[in-house]
Design a protein around this ligand. Structure first.
Ligand SMILES: NC(=O)c1ccc[n+]([C@@H]2O[C@H](COP(=O)([O-])OP(=O)(O)OC[C@H]3O[C@@H](n4cnc5c(N)ncnc54)[C@H](OP(=O)(O)O)[C@@H]3O)[C@@H](O)[C@H]2O)c1
Length: 332
């Protein structure tokens, strides 16, 4: 928590007192919680938030109004008026209770968004009131105002919309780090992208095209093939009806040298994964000159790496080499 009453992005269980708005339909089912009015002389701030009230379906996500004392910014923090926030696969898992890192409900989810800085704390030199920024945080972005460390904000290019800003960070930082930090993609290589029509897959495909002569194999449902082909996937594989390993070997007997994002699991795939895990002999990697790596954005503690990656991505955006794909916009 940044200041005991500040709206914050740290992943803490919701402790602020909440009261329903003139309730929109979703707020009607919000859990009853005690509401105590702030002291009369204290300035208050009211803002809407999407709160996960329990694990399960969409009915567990409620639009609520929080009223609390005005945030007191700590040194290095900024207050951002959120204009757009992203919805990721991870949040769907969190909603269903499958994200161990997410605190127990009630909790406000959301790790990425964009908005305008409304206030800055002491020692904040590189951001000022009025700046349009992208925010990549630890949680709590699904609300209208957030307090966040200034070094988790990144200046938005003028031509970038708030929706694009909100869609950039998780997908592109994940794809960039997997491709260039973990897999070390170089000119002339081939890459297999699972879920190529998803947010990370689209980002990875665009990023592959920033490297000369990279061949992209992409798995996706057949209905999405035309779109991802236009996006730059060279070889399209319908993993729902075909064995992608066999398909790749038909095209390229040596296979793809790099693979990004996890495959969609069906029972056969789970069984294969289980078998492969048990049978993996790391000593065999050495004579084969192969490497295996894992990646989890939520566990990257190197702030400098995240920041450097974001600035690189903003540069690529400015050069027109990457562009987030916005599928739908949902008003709060
Ligand atoms: N480790 C990390 O740090 C990290 C970071 C970001 C994302 N991820 C993971 O990477 C994967 C892709 O993320 P994303 O943001 O690209 O996901 P996304 O945009 O939601 O796309 C997911 C894709 O999965 C396929 N799919 C198959 N069954 C599905 C189902 N029941 N519901 C939804 N989609 C289904 C769909 O493609 P088809 O129709 O073609 O099958 C869809 O395009 C997820 O598993 C996510 O958790 C990991």
């Amino acid at each position: 928590m940044s200041g005991e009453e500040a709206p914050t992005q740290q992943q803490q269980p919701e402790q602020q007192e909440k009261k329903p708005d003139e309730p929109p339909p979703a707020a009607a089912d919000a859990p009853e919680e005690a509401t105590s009015a702030p002291a009369a002389e204290e300035k208050t701030l009211s803002f809407r938030a999407l709160v996960l009230t329990g694990h399960g379906g969409y009915d567990k996500v409620k639009l609520q109004v929080k009223t609390q004392g005005e945030p007191r910014l700590q040194p290095g923090e900024v207050l951002v008026r959120v204009k757009a926030c992203g919805l990721n696969f991870g949040e769907l898992l969190g909603r269903m209770g499958m994200d161990e890192l997410l605190p127990s409900p009630p909790v406000t989810m959301g790790v990425e968004g964009s908005g305008v800085i409304e206030a800055v704390g002491e020692d904040v030199k590189e951001r000022k009131v009025g700046d349009r920024v992208i925010v990549l945080s630890l949680g709590g972005m699904w609300q209208e105002v957030v307090v966040v460390s200034a070094n988790r904000t990144f200046p938005m290019p003028e031509q970038m919309s708030f929706e694009e800003g909100a869609a950039l960070s998780v997908n592109y930082v994940s794809a960039y780090l997997m491709l260039f930090e973990m897999a070390n993609v170089r000119p002339g290589k081939s890459v297999l992208i699972h879920m190529a029509a998803g947010g990370v897959g689209i980002a990875a495909t665009q990023l592959c095209q920033t490297v000369q002569d990279v061949t992209v194999f992409g798995t996706a449902s057949a209905s999405k093939h035309e779109t991802i082909a236009q996006g730059g996937v060279t070889h399209l594989i319908d993993y729902r009806t075909k064995d992608y390993v066999a398909e790749i070997r038909k095209i390229s007997p040596k296979g793809a040298t790099n693979s990004v994002t996890g495959p969609k699991k069906n029972l056969l795939a789970v069984a294969k994964t289980w078998y492969n895990q048990l049978s993996l002999n790391t000593l065999k990697l050495m004579p084969a000159n192969k490497a295996i790596s894992g990646f989890y954005l939520g566990h990257i503690i190197n702030e400098e790496l995240v920041s450097r990656t974001m600035f690189k991505l903003l540069e690529l955006y400015g050069q027109g080499k990457i562009k987030p794909h916005i599928d739908s916009k949902l008003p709060l």
